[in-house]
Every structure is written in structure tokens, then in C-alpha cells.
Ligand binder design. Structure first.
Ligand SMILES: Nc1ncnc2c1ncn2[C@@H]1O[C@H](COP(=O)(O)OP(=O)(O)O)[C@@H](O)[C@H]1O
Ligand SMILES: [Mg+2]
Length: 271
């Protein structure tokens, strides 16, 4: 029987994570059997509630796992033909996988311009012009102390700093954190513009599933450290279960998505 494949038509992955497992303190498995991929010029999102394992997944990919208390215990992480597992954060970044972390992403006491200049080289000056083009508010506030800007402006600055690292794929962790929904949507739409203009691949991790799925072409739903659902962004946005549990359609917070997983499995696009 022919089965509809959720991944049909996505092209070859540039980032390919297979069966990732991450364990904290040798006992707590935060991520288990997670397989996700991002193709070139694609915006992919991982959505899920607090504690689902989204940040752990991104940090494992980017090499930002403090080695004393956390370890990748299984799986592969590949960028093109290169194995990223076991590389240090600066090595991963140099290969073009650049993360905008959830916290501590800028130099609070430095100006906007100095934050951007930190990653500036002779080679990437044109990118700073592009950053000011996509985020005109940063151009207007070049001499402002970064820590004194609004949450949305700080997020724009963090994205600008990441772009100056010349990513081939940009990883963005929870950019909506602490932002008004309208600001989140504004920044998401700028990311979509950048993706369209420059063909930059992005992996966007979000609790605000609607905002992320509006700009993404493909999405994964994580819960309890596992991918419980995947599909095109429009499939996820229109799927009854996903709507009910992740897009604000449910007023019964005690039910888990897992309760529905059993019958979800039988549906046409859940492989
Ligand atoms: N530093 C840590 N030490 C121990 N457990 C952690 C640590 N960071 C996260 N966890 C646990 O890992 C799981 C996944 O967390 P996280 O990846 O931050 O989820 P999300 O980003 O989806 O909110 C949670 O159960 C969390 O409590
Ligand atoms: Mg997180």
C-alpha cells in the first residue's frame, strides 16, 4: 500500500539528526530517539510545551552542552557529510551552524554597534549592512546600550550578531520569550524575508507554535523528549489534535498529547 510520507518533497537534508539521545546527570533522559532534518533554504520549526526537550536538542546540535553534567548518549548529527557530534561549540559555529540561544545572547553593557562589531571582519562588512537593512531599528539605535533596549530590539540584535557569523543554518531558540505576540510575529516575518532573499536555512524552536508554523514550511512536535508528530507546517496548523493541544484550542490542560497519540498514529501522515 502506498503511504503518504511527511517528508516527501523536502529535498536532501543539510542538517540531519538521527536517533538523538541526551542524558542529564547520567540519569535524566531529556531527549530520546529524536530524528529531525532541515533541507537547504528551508525553515523548519520544533514546537512543544515547556520541558519537551527543544532547547536540549538545539544545544546538542550546536555543541553547547556543558560536558560535566550532560551528554549525548546516542545518535548522529550530520551537517552535509560532516559529523558534528562531539565537536565544540566554536567548531560547530565555524562550520556554519549558528545558534541564537534562549538566554545570554548579547553584551548587555555594550552599544548595539559594538555588539555587532564584535563579530565583524573585513570579509563580512556587507552583512552588517544587511542586518541594518532587515532590522532598521538597530540602525536607528546604534549608539544605545543593548541592555536598555526593549525585548524585541534585543532579540533583533541577537539575530543580527548571529547573521554576522555567516551561518549556513541558523538555530533560533524561543525568540518569543517575554515578547508581545505582535512583536514575535514581526520578527518571525523578518526571518521569513531573510530566508526568501538569502536562502538561509533555519531551525526555529518555539512554544508559540502558531507564530513559528506561519513562517515555517515543515514542523516537528516534541513532547516528553520525543518527536510525537511531524508534517508540513500547513498540515500541523490544520490538524485537529495539534490545534487542540498546541495552538490554544484546548481548555483542558490536564490531558496530554500522548493520550491522543495512539489513534493519531493511524492517521495518513503519521509515519
Ligand atoms: N541543566 C539541566 N539539568 C538537568 N535537567 C535539565 C537541565 N536542563 C534541562 N533539563 C531537563 O530536560 C528536559 C528538557 O528541557 P528543555 O530541553 O529545556 O525543554 P524545552 O526547551 O522544550 O522547554 C526537562 O525535563 C528539563 O527539566
Ligand atoms: Mg527551551
Amino acid at each position: 500500500m502506498m503511504m503518504h510520507s511527511p517528508d516527501a518533497g523536502r529535498g536532501d537534508p543539510i542538517l540531519n539528526v538521527r536517533q538523538l539521545e541526551v542524558v542529564y546527570n547520567r540519569v535524566a533522559t531529556a531527549v530520546q530517539g529524536v530524528s529531525i532534518s532541515v533541507s537547504s533554504a528551508e525553515i523548519v520549526t520544533i514546537v512543544g510545551t515547556n520541558g519537551a526537550g527543544k532547547t536540549t536538542t538545539l544545544r546538542a546540535i550546536s555543541g553547547f552542552l556543558p560536558s560535566e553534567d550532560v551528554a549525548i548518549t546516542d545518535g548522529t548529527i550530520q551537517l552535509g557529510g560532516t559529523d558534528l557530534r562531539g565537536l565544540l561549540a566554536h567548531q560547530v559555529s565555524r562550520l556554519g551552524v549558528v545558534i541564537v540561544p534562549e538566554h545570554d545572547k548579547l553584551f548587555q553593557t555594550m552599544t548595539v554597534a559594538d555588539n555587532l562589531n564584535f563579530n565583524l571582519s573585513r570579509r563580512n562588512r556587507h552583512i552588517r549592512d544587511q542586518v541594518y537593512h532587515y532590522f532598521p531599528r538597530l540602525a536607528e539605535r546604534q549608539n544605545q546600550i543593548a541592555g536598555l533596549m526593549s525585548g524585541g530590539e534585543k532579540q533583533m540584535l541577537a539575530l543580527g550578531m548571529a547573521l554576522l557569523c555567516e551561518p549556513t543554518i541558523l538555530l533560533v531558540d524561543e525568540l518569543s520569550l517575554g515578547l508581545a505576540p505582535v512583536i514575535t510575529e514581526e520578527i518571525m516575518s523578518i526571518l521569513r524575508d531573510i530566508n526568501r532573499d538569502l536562502g538561509l536555512a533555519m531551525l526555529i524552536v518555539e512554544q508559540n507554535a502558531v507564530a513559528a508554523l506561519k513562517v515555517a514550511s515543515f514542523g516537528y512536535v516534541m513532547e516528553g523528549g520525543r518527536v510525537v508528530f511531524k508534517g508540513s507546517a500547513s498540515e500541523l496548523l490544520n490538524h485537529e489534535d495539534v490545534k487542540e493541544f498546541y495552538l490554544g484550542g484546548s481548555d483542558d490542560a490536564t490531558r496530554s498529547y500522548r493520550d491522543l497519540k495512539q489513534y493519531s498514529r493511524k492517521r495518513r501522515w503519521w509515519g
